[in-house]
Write a protein that binds this ligand. Sequence first.
Ligand code: NAD
Length: 336
Amino acid sequence: MTHHITLIPGDGIGPEVAEATVRAVEATGVVAEWELVDAGAKAFAETGELLPKAVFQSLHRTHVGLKGPTATPVAGGHKSINVTLRKKLDLFTNFRPVRMLPGLKTRFQDLPIDMVIFRENTEDLYSGLEHEVVKDVVESLKVITRTASIRIARATFHFARGHGRKKVTAVHKANIMKLSDGLFLKCCREVAAEYSEIQYEELIVDNTCMQLVMRPETFDVLLLPNLYGDIVSDLAAGLVGGLGIVPGANLGEHDAVFEAVHGTAPDIAGQGKANPTALMQSAALMLAHLGEREPAQRLQHAIEGVYSDGKNLTGDVGGASSTTEFTNAVISRLAC
Ligand code: NAD
């Protein structure tokens, strides 16, 4: 069966990790027809649009995308392409499994870290509703709705039950944002009550950060609104070797876009140094989503094998290999 997949290479290191990932996916034997569409700087240079219609037209056809990172200017400029894409396609679940890879030397290498982050993907302070009330006084609206909170909580508990997970931790700041985070918690509690076999706990976000550093192995599944989810995802990535490692998926009712947690890494772009592990692991999630479970597992095992072996790792995780050398090592293992 041929799978039609929208490929958005993105900016910075995006095209490098996307090319590596396409090679690895094809080496699994899965037959994929990639619909290549640009979003970000290249698209803007060619079409005058950062997120051209062609991206949505392709995703409406394929319903599955593999996306590299796209740049967002700081304190001004255009809106985030990611936020726009997630909202327009209603990709309300951001799913990020955070696991220690075998053999990888990190500060926490002795701990069995294996947690899954569920981040609400469509609202909160990412509503983009900001305005200047009077000169030098700015308001930014944090939007929390019952609909979005219930559906991310349901997605989280549904996953936890389906994967034999024991505990869900809802993360909040409802001691200060009593209405908005208060509503988020109320919804989490309501859904938790339907899953009595799963332990449910609540943690304030600042305490969560401290506990994640002190006792990361005690976390199982985390359920967070958008902004805390974004921040905690990078913190968690740091526990298991950095941003080059952690994969992700943006999931909606009809569409799914798989992308790494990391950004465009402008400091190393174009140098052949980027670690493609995060996008490759995202592609393994994508293959499973497409029903290609066995190739997904083989790709995951091949990546883990390269880490166990430790000879072909990129600089961000203590190695000296290039993106291509790492990719060749993964492909060699797939060929075995
Ligand atoms: P970043 O993730 O791009 O980089 C942070 C650090 O991690 C850098 O030192 C970088 O070299 C390193 N790093 C990241 N990914 C790596 C990889 N695969 N291999 C090796 N090293 C890697 O974060 P930033 O610098 O804060 O953001 C840069 C740009 O990326 C910004 O414009 C931001 O908006 C954008 N961004 C996009 C996404 C996305 O498209 N999903 C996500 C986050 C940030």
